[in-house]
Design a protein around this ligand. Sequence first.
Ligand code: ZN
Length: 191
Amino acid sequence: MDNPNSFDHQPAKRARWDARYIGLAHHIAQWSKDPRAKVGAVLVNQGYARIVSTGFNGFPANVEDSVERLENKANKLQMILHAEQNALLNAGHGARGCDAYVVGKPVCNVCATLLIQSGVKRVVAAAPRLSTGSYWDRVGLLAIDMLREAGVEFTAVTGEQLDALGLNRDEARRAEDPMDPYREHQQEFPF
Ligand SMILES: [Zn+2]
């Protein structure tokens, strides 16, 4: 018997739930203490309409996230866990078969490897740009290439979805540091 929670052949239903989880990921992103990038991730087992885990970008537990440390960009990038990584660690084996919703930045190459290896079957996130040559576009596109090759479905978050939720398009992709190559990357996202 078909699972009534399945989104198969029900695109309107899937879009409605996608919007809810994108909104939740955006909400969770605001819990990050990172002054320059707030990213949220939600793992969902769609078959049971169950939120398996959430995550936001931050230092590991018991590693002090002082303002000084968060302001030291070079060190911060070496210490911080991405939202997707925290969500996957929080989910453990429960990540298998989940959909991952990510708001704040596109999925990087490292997170893509972890999402694939954890058995996530679909990723909903911002899309990187094509053919810009920037570092973040390259790793973002590499991430999508890997997801697709591994059979993980990728769905790009649209501006319309953010508008419908009343979310500010700039806030949803915030990267305030003018030196951050990601900032330039995100300004040209199609939303
Ligand atoms: Zn990442």
